[in-house]
Write a protein that binds this ligand. Structure first.
Ligand SMILES: [Zn+2]
Ligand SMILES: [Zn+2]
Length: 338
């Protein structure tokens, strides 16, 4: 089968390799669509600390069941259309055993630590495969995993309807957060994004005010629109110290900041303990997608969340490296069809 493997940072090769052999509880997936994520770019650039090389990346994928192990065959049929949760956990550590499996001490995600879906076939444990309705295309289904991560963020926030919010960064993730904010009852959504095509999408998908941070100052706009109070919820969907610092400036008293973007590991932020105390600020991390895959599939199937508009490119496997080098113009979500 064709597969794209990263051997070391910036060293990627497309090659012909054997199909993975499956165990009793595994299924073999014929990959139909796999989204390119910031994490894939980080693996390619050598900036994803957890990645193990060599690895076939790709963790946002859908496809058909091509083969099933003896035990797995009790739960699925050949040809089933499925989307995969890439989260492989140990089931034994204190976090797995206390309902927090996403914090697993031995987390080994597909497409990061184990071989992923930028290949014709990929092996996955059967319990991570979710059937998708016929009306959901494979391309749309490939956005289930990122959406399920965003849903977890909103589980963390538990917003009160009528809240005001600012979303920093309107890439695929920011654009999902904008839609979730609207569905959660936001009364004001302000989005900050430097790329014009993404700003147009942000407006289309529900942001009330969209600004270019190189032209306008987010703090000024938030203060103007909220009579100097700040927003109830800030979603940091870029990743980096300065975006968290900006979040701290625009959150209202009693506000919540969701740290969603993946920052460089060495980034540090200067925080005033007095400010946190006096303003009762809550800073929340949000990591991957516990117990939210089914809800993501439902929201895509019901079209409550528009993922189709986020797909800017559908490319063959041999153009993956172009996407990882950020060479595709005006890209939002790039989908690879191996
Ligand atoms: Zn991802
Ligand atoms: Zn565990």
């Amino acid at each position: 089968m064709k597969a794209t493997r990263i051997y070391a940072p910036l060293s990627l090769r497309m090659e012909d390799i054997d199909q993975p052999s499956i165990g009793s509880e595994d299924v073999l997936i014929k990959v139909e669509a796999c989204g390119v994520c910031g994490t894939d770019i980080h693996i390619y650039e050598g900036k994803a600390g957890i990645a193990r090389y060599p690895v076939i990346p790709g963790h946002e994928f859908s496809g058909r069941i091509a083969a099933a192990g003896v035990e797995a065959a009790r739960h699925v049929s050949i040809g089933d259309r499925v989307v995969i949760d890439p989260t492989v956990t140990c089931g034994r550590c204190i976090f797995c055993r206390s309902g927090r499996m996403h914090l697993c001490l031995e987390w080994s995600p597909i497409g990061v630590v184990r071989d992923g879906a930028f290949a014709e076939y990929v092996k996955v444990p059967v319990h991570l495969a979710y059937r998708i309705p016929d009306r959901v295309s494979f391309e749309e289904a490939a956005l289930t995993e990122p959406l399920s991560c965003c849903i977890h963020g909103w589980d963390r926030l538990s917003p009160r309807p009528g809240f005001t919010t600012a979303v920093i960064g309107a890439g695929p993730i920011g654009l999902m957060h904008i839609q979730l904010a609207r569905l959660s009852g936001a009364s004001l959504i302000i989005a900050s994004e430097p790329i014009r095509s993404r700003r147009i999408l942000a407006e289309k998908l529900g942001a009330d005010i969209v600004l270019d941070p190189f032209e306008e100052d987010l703090c000024e706009i938030v203060h103007r629109e909220t009579s100097g109070v700040g927003v109830d919820i800030v979603i940091e969907a870029v990743g980096g110290a300065r975006y968290l610092e900006e979040s701290l400036k625009i959150a209202s008293r009693g506000g919540k900041i969701l740290v969603f973007g993946v920052a460089p590991e060495e980034d540090k932020v200067c925080v005033s303990p007095y400010g946190l105390y006096r303003s009762e600020l809550t800073i929340l991390g949000s990591f991957i997608n516990p117990y939210s895959m089914d809800r993501a599939i439902s929201m895509i199937a019901s079209r409550r969340i528009d993922v189709r508009s986020l797909i800017s490119h559908v490319i063959p496997l041999n153009r993956l490296e172009q996407a990882l080098r950020r060479e595709l113009k005006d890209s939002v979500k790039v989908i690879v069809k191996p």
